[in-house]
Design a protein around this ligand. Structure first.
Ligand code: HAM
Length: 437
């Protein structure tokens, strides 16, 4: 029986892996211009970090977390004993909570310090029903900026994300930038009550899930995919009409800065995002797709209370994350040509078995000189060595023959011009490397 990768997970094969590496490198380059430095936090964190940080009532925490009970605790659980909630660990469903935890733990934003600008890239895990753009294990690139509530932080991060998308080849016209404000602790509770009141008036038209949401988390109903609920929620009170003066000002400033930066955006009063930590600015970058739920390639927002939620002192924050697989799939659909992973630039072919050891030695010389070189390891004929060199994408081929070697020469071939010439054996490595460069 063959054992395949678990449902919703995937193997990143060399060509895709090459694109992932280039993608991360582009992110480091673009985000680096804005002062972001790389950080790596554990893939596994204490479950309570996500419960407190992301919110117990969110789908991500209540339904989609992979939670692990380690070693001795699992034994205890199987024996019917109680396992303390504190010892539970979960695979991270997103990166923000872990980065904020690290900022608090290592005091990266001491009083009076400039904002900490951090970026990350890596796997996230959500136990969702797998589909093409919805995986159980997927890769995000994200940034978090802690220590400033200034609207310039929100605007520069959004501009930076759009620049990044442009740099990896996603055409501007295929993306829509949606923006909204979620208010703050002083204006959101009253707004939430207003939405709940509105939902109560329309309770007969709502699905069972939205009825349940009404009590705990009425704003989640804006995300419901049921068309009837969507229609009802179109008429619900809008957060922008309930913002306090400070939030109204903040939001107006962010929008003004986006305009100044020449970024076209659409205000979407129904954009609430799926995680509970957001305050004030939220945004999402969507692309046209058949399924409304899966067309966000990135999104984020402000979370001014999250640091306190995980035990730190008040530290405002802003961040976003984007989905690598969704971006790669989109580029594929747009006909983007991805570079192929190549294992060989110079191939050293042997005319017969007598010179195989010479081929082995020349290959080592080339590798020691820094070239990506390969020779035959399967006793192939010269013809099939040429085919292999071509398949591997070699730009130069050395053809080692007993007669030429006896006279101190190696034949070198330029695979693009098909030109061949004899060079002295001592100059062979340099000649091959020049062709391949
Ligand atoms: P998110 O919207 O949950 O936000 O995820 C960000 C991006 O990750 C999405 O726009 C999507 O491209 C990708 N993504 C999410 N779930 C999946 C999945 N199951 N399969 C494939 N791709 C997926 C966050 O995670 C927040 N931490 C963003 C943030 C950072 N907010 C503030 N700071």
């Amino acid at each position: 029986m063959t054992i395949n990768a678990p449902e919703g997970t995937f193997d990143m094969l060399p060509d895709r892996k090459l694109f992932w590496e280039t993608f991360k490198e582009t992110a480091r380059k673009v985000f680096g211009r804005y002062g972001y430095l790389s950080i790596e936090t554990p893939v596994i964190e204490r479950t309570e970090l996500f419960v407190r940080g992301i919110g117990e009532a969110t789908d991500v925490v209540s339904k989609e977390m992979f939670t692990a009970i380690s070693g001795a605790n699992l034994e205890k659980l199987l024996a019917g004993e109680k396992v303390p909630a504190k010892s539970r660990l979960s695979l991270r469903p997103e990166g923000t909570a872990g980065v904020v935890r690290a900022v608090v733990q290592h005091d990266l934003v001491p009083q009076g310090a400039p904002p900490a600008k951090l970026m990350y890239a890596g796997q996230m895990f959500r136990a969702e029903r797998p589909q093409r753009d919805r995986q159980r294990e997927f890769n995000q690139v994200g940034i978090e900026c802690l220590g400033s509530e200034d609207p310039t932080i929100d605007a520069e991060a959004i501009v930076m994300l759009m620049r990044f998308f442009g740099e990896v080849g996603i055409p501007r016209e295929s993306m829509t930038l949606l923006v909204n404000s979620m208010g703050c602790d002083s204006c959101r509770p009253a707004y939430r009550d207003a939405v709940r009141g509105y939902m109560e008036e329309h309770v007969d038209e709502l699905c069972d899930t939205c009825r349940a949401r009404m009590e705990m988390n009425p704003l989640r109903a804006f995300d419901c995919k049921n068309p009837q609920c969507a229609e009802v929620m179109d008429g619900a009170p809008k957060m922008v009409d309930h913002l306090c003066e400070d939030c109204k000002d903040h939001y107006a400033n962010v929008l003004a800065l986006l305009k100044l930066a020449g970024l076209a955006y659409t205000e979407d009063p129904k954009l609430v995002r799926g995680l509970d930590y957001y305050t004030r600015t939220v945004f999402e970058v969507q692309v046209a797709g058949s399924d409304k739920a899966q067309n966000a390639i990135g999104g984020g927002g402000r979370y001014d209370k999250l640091a306190e939620e995980v035990g730190g002192r008040p530290t405002p924050g802003f961040g976003f994350a984007l989905g690598f697989e969704r971006c790669a799939n989109l580029l594929e659909d747009l006909g983007h040509v991805f570079p192929k992973a190549s294992a060989c630039k110079i191939f050293v072919a042997s005319v017969n078995d007598d010179v195989r050891n010479d081929a082995f030695v020349l290959t080592q010389i080339l590798r020691d000189a820094g070239a990506q070189a390969e020779c035959d390891h399967q006793g192939r004929s010269l013809k099939s060595q040429f085919k292999l060199a071509d398949k591997l994408g070699a730009r130069a081929v050395a053809i080692l023959g007993p007669d030429e070697l006896r006279d101190g020469f190696v034949r070198v071939r330029d695979m693009s011009s098909h030109e061949e010439r004899l060079v002295p054996q001592n100059d062979a490595a340099a000649a091959l490397m020049e062709i391949a460069s």
